[in-house]
Structures are given as C-alpha cells and as structure tokens.
Design a protein around this ligand. Structure first.
Ligand code: F6P
Ligand code: MG
Length: 475
C-alpha cells in the first residue's frame, strides 16, 4: 500500500522526531551506559567476594565494557548523523529485513540518523541494541530497561491499590450487572478510560515528563475521568460498546504496549471483560520478544508483573502511605484471579513456547512481527499467519502510541483524514480499537474544528502526552 503522503522524519526540525534524535535518544542511550556501569560495579564487588566465581564474573565485566563502548559509539555516530550500520548477523529475527530496508534508504541517501524515516530508525535502534546484547553469551538475556520498568512499577502503588478496591467493589455488583447491560456499559467506559490513561506511563517519555505528572495521569475516579474527557480528541467509546454487545463468549486480543502500570490496567480491563460481561471469555495478550522502546512488555515482564502482584510485600513495602489490610486484601483477590485466568488459559500470551527473551527461533513469526517497522496495513503480506490469527478475533485492542504510529504508517496525513483511509488495507480486516495518548505527530480521524480548537489551546497537542484518541473501526 502506497500512501499519498510521506512519513515523518527528522528533516523537519519542528517535528517531534527531530527532538527525539537530538535529545531523547541520547538520554536513553546514556541511561543504558549508566545501567551497565552499575551492573559491572556490582559484578566487580561479587567477584572480589567470591574467588570461585571470579573468572566467570570478570569475563562478564569485560563483555559488559565492550557493550558500553558500542552504545557510546552509537550515541556519538547518531549525534553526527552518520550512516546507520547494518544489523550484524546475530541469529535473531529480521536481520535481512532491516538491512534490506537500509540498502533501499541508501539509494536516496536517507540511511542516516537525521534523514531516515522516524518509525524505521526508531525500530532499527532497538533492534540494533538487541544485537549488542545477544552476541555476548553472558549478557544474552539481559534487558537494559528492566530495572527502570520495575522501579516505576513500584511507584504506582497508590493507583494500583485504588483500582484493586474498585474491582473489589464491583464484585458486589455482579448480580446487578448481569441483569442490566446499561450498568455494564458504565463500567466498560470507566475501564476503557483507565486503560487509555494507563498509556501515559511510558518510560521513553520520562525524559521530559516528571513522575508527578505521571501520577496525576494515573489517578482514577469519576472526577479525574471527567476532567480528562476534554482531552480525548476522538472518542469512539460508544461505537466500541455497540460492537462489543454483539459478541457472545468471544475472544479479545490486546496488542500490549508498556509494562508496569499500563500492563496492570490492561490486565484489569481483561479481567473486567471476562468476569463481568457475557461478551468475552478469552483474552490473548501480544508482547514484544525483545526489549523495546524502553518500557514495552516482554514475556518475562508479563509473568513478573503477575508474580509481583501476588507477593504481598512487593508493592506494600514501597507504597506510601502504607496500604490498609483491606486494600492489600483487595489486591490479593485481584491478583489471585489474574493468576487463575493465566493458569486456566482464559488469559494467554501469544509467544512461541521456549522463548524467555528474544528466543531467536525464526519460527516465531507471529510474535516477531511486533518488532519490525512494518506498517500494519502490510501485515497480511509480511505475516499472513498473524493476520489470520487476528482475523479470528472479536476485537483487537492496540495499546499506545507506537501501535498507533504503525496503524497509520507514521504518515504525514492531514489530521482530518478518515480513519479507514489511513489504515489502508487493514481497515475492516477485524474490529479494532486503538487507545493512545498522543506522543508523536501523526493524527487522523479528527474533525477539522476540533483540530483548530485544540491547536489554539495547546500547540503541543500531538506530542505532549496530555491528549488522547479512542479510535474504533468495525469490520
Ligand atoms: O520516541 C517517541 C516515541 O517513540 C513515541 O512516538 C512512541 O511511540 C513513544 O515514544 C512510546 O510510546 P508508547 O509507549 O505509548 O508506544
Ligand atoms: Mg511503549
């Protein structure tokens, strides 16, 4: 599919991609260097303490230093708009795929950091970083963003306990809900909004948002929802609801975005759908197989989140004020239910069996697709198996900004382009719902009037994470 406009790239210095290459990526790369230096320091202390491990640990330290050098060189090259090097043959997915695209870009001299299409360059960046780790045996399964993800998760305690209590109270309404779809609808809308604003917790944006800003965005409750309503520039909740009630015991797929609080909200939404509605009886979650865009969910993150919620001391020890015994009990009930859904297959993770992280196996086209830069309108061509799988879904929920960029190809569409036009051939393949807080320039499916009004109110509406879209398109 060839869209009629070009993709965003940093040659436009007023766009967010320029700011990203100049400011945000260097901060993210510097963060990896710091993280590895800390790890190496810890390894060094252990190696001094334990002579029997010294040789192994010292070898790991040496490799760690080599990775630090590579990341530092990458940062240097990026700042000077150097050519993007081919991805080394590291036996993981998509090497040829990325490199063929690079060769194509080279033909028009767009194979450099400040000239390549933003979507391609950003996906390439995370794939290249992965190659640094996977080529080093002791660091193979290392996720350089893991401790950051965990840290922010532990700071989300107040919102998590708040939501657990809402879910506990919902249990007492179960009978009333069953006999009254209008009541289910009210909660459905609350859940959609919780899940939407959960997307505001994105660590790659922490480079310009404070934790206090993020806490505000996480807080739940009617007044907060109402206050945020004016920031939802496109709101298809009604259409999504009208679709959902036509489904009976169906399957929902959630193409995940970020770990931590956002994943928690996704799990709660899924819990709501299967526990309290007659419409859904199965939810399939789609994670990323490699560390991706800092905070995206990998399979280990998914399992760890559920385990952490089950551990009574995990959040309570870092939450202030200390949660009450009741609150802790509410969270425990919720976590037990989530665990049971995973064990019973009501919730499943769409990954190849033997993949902790990465897991190279070329057979995993299904899950591997999410770490390519391919716009979703080409899904049928690039990953027919995945496309077929999603065609069998009753609703595919795409979480977050990056999924939105891929749904629309990160193209410079006029913001009033109809949604189905911007989705190209993907439109009407399966019912889809995109929940996104705006963190990139691309925007479609808006009324011209809303665009003008918002522009006047806040010129940064496309990128500052304060505005959001709920976009639904049926089959
Ligand atoms: O670099 C910017 C950015 O890549 C966004 O455009 C991107 O989509 C975002 O970071 C991550 O957002 P999310 O986690 O919502 O996909
Ligand atoms: Mg993300």
């Amino acid at each position: 599919f060839q869209p009629p406009y070009p993709p965003y790239d940093p040659t436009d210095k007023s766009g967010f991609s320029y700011e990203t290459v100049v400011k945000r990526w260097p901060i993210i790369l510097a963060g990896i260097v710091d993280q590895l230096s800390r790890e190496n320091h810890q390894l060094h202390l252990r190696s001094q303490d334990d002579p029997s491990q010294k040789q192994t640990l010292d070898a790991k330290i040496t490799e760690g230093k080599a990775i630090i050098e590579k990341v530092s060189k990458l940062k240097y090259d990026m700042a000077r708009d150097h050519v993007m090097e081919p991805i080394p043959a590291d036996d993981e997915l998509h090497v040829d795929f990325y490199n063929t695209d690079l060769e194509e870009l080279a033909k028009s001299s767009k194979n450099t950091w400040f000239k390549a299409p933003w979507l391609y360059a950003e996906c390439y960046l995370y794939r290249l970083l992965r190659s640094y780790f996977v080529q080093s045996a002791p660091w193979r399964d290392y996720d350089p963003f893991h401790s950051q993800k965990l840290d922010v998760f532990t700071k989300s305690g107040p919102s998590i306990y708040g939501i657990a209590t809402i879910m506990h109270e919902l249990a007492s309404e179960k009978g009333a809900l069953e006999s009254d779809p209008a009541k289910i609808k009210v909660f459905f809308q609350e859940m959609i909004q919780m899940c939407l604003w959960g997307n505001a917790t994105d660590l790659s944006l922490l480079t310009h948002m404070s934790l206090v800003d993020i806490e505000k965005l996480q807080s739940v409750g009617k007044e907060m929802q109402a206050a945020r309503k004016e920031f939802i520039m496109r709101d298809d909740q009604e259409k999504a609801w009208e679709h959902l009630i036509t489904v009976k015991n169906g399957r929902v797929d959630i193409v995940l975005d970020n770990a931590g609080f956002e994943l928690f909200t996704d799990l709660v939404f899924a819990d709501f759908l299967v526990t309290y509605t007659p419409y859904v009886s199965k939810v399939v979650f789609h994670p990323k197989l490699i560390p991706w865009f800092v905070s995206d969910v990998t399979p280990p993150d998914f399992n760890e989140t559920i385990e952490s919620l089950l551990d009574p001391s995990f959040l309570s020890s870092t939450t202030s004020p200390v949660p009450s015994a009741e609150q802790q009990q509410h969270l425990q009930q919720l976590a037990d239910r989530l665990k049971k859904y995973v064990a019973d297959g009501v919730f499943s993770l769409s990954v190849p069996k033997e993949t902790p992280l990465g897991g190279a196996s070329a057979a995993c086209s299904l899950a591997g697709f999410w770490t390519t830069p391919v716009p979703y309108w080409d899904m049928e061509t690039y990953d027919p198996e995945l496309w077929k799988l999603l065609k069998g879904s009753d609703l595919v929920i795409f979480k977050g900004d990056l999924n939105y960029r891929k749904l629309t190809g990160d193209i410079q569409w006029p913001a009033w382009t109809p949604l189905d036009e911007a989705l190209g051939p993907l439109a009407r393949s399966f019912p889809l719902l995109s929940l996104r807080t705006n963190k990139a320039d691309v925007a479609v499916g808006l009324d011209r009037e809303i665009v003008a009004q918002t522009e006047a109110k806040d010129a940064k509406w496309r990128v500052n994470g304060k505005f959001a879209f709920i976009s639904f398109l049926g089959k």
